[in-house]
Design a protein around this ligand. Structure first.
Ligand code: FES
Ligand code: FES
Length: 198
């Protein structure tokens, strides 16, 4: 029993000493400085081509394109829904293709042509997809709408809007909590006809 007690006492005291030495080697002060080094922002000056204009901005290298558009360039049409690439509310076009701006670093967007919902209108009028969403009541609260429209335009350009099934499949990354889906499909079919005339 004594042996057992001593063994336990030796074990506990050895463990405590080891923990103490670890603590001394890696103090909270050092931990703080390591953490500060890791999170220190690195700012860069870049120029983004957005909606046909060159926009110089200074950004943290970790900033997403969505945050840069909304907070730096004040283009708030692109919405932050999930911020994790799951809802499609932040969809924009990069070089004409749909892109989730919440999953794109701003620095990676340099040298590409970015279009947001604010730049979609043509010839001082609404884009046919914007008009079709109004005509078919394709939105209720409107939170998902800019992402839906950007995705819908790309969907037609990709040739993925030939049937209702096709449209549902290729628009499935854009969620609508108001469930305006049937009206969105109707809007896309109308706009497809208009877009194909151009
Ligand atoms: S905010 Fe980008 S996918 Fe939801
Ligand atoms: S219209 Fe409300 S989330 Fe789609």
């Amino acid at each position: 029993m004594d042996d057992l007690f001593l063994d336990r006492r030796t074990f506990v005291s050895t463990g405590a000493a080891a923990a103490a030495s670890l603590f001394l080697e890696y103090s909270p002060l050092e931990a703080q400085s390591v953490s500060d080094t890791r999170t220190e922002p690195q700012m860069v000056n870049i120029v983004l081509s957005v909606n046909g204009e060159n926009r110089p901005i200074q950004v943290d290298t970790r900033m997403t394109l969505l945050d840069a558009l909304r907070n730096k360039l004040l283009l708030t049409g692109s919405k932050k829904g999930c911020d994790q690439g799951q809802c499609g509310a932040c969809t924009i076009h990069m070089d004409g293709e749909r892109r989730l701006s919440c999953l794109t670093l701003t620095v990676a967007a340099q040298g590409h042509k970015i279009t947001t919902i604010e730049g979609l209108a043509q010839h001082n009028g609404l884009h046919p997809m914007q008009q079709a969403f109004i005509d078919h009541d394709g939105f209720q609260c409107g939170y998902c709408t800019s992402g839906q429209i950007m995705s819908a335009v790309a969907c037609v350009r990709e040739g993925h809007a030939q049937s209702d099934e096709d449209i549902r499949e290729y628009m499935s990354g854009n969620l609508c909590r108001c469930a305006a889906y049937p009206n969105i499909v109707a809007a896309i079919k109308q706009a497809r006809t208009e877009m194909e005339k151009d």
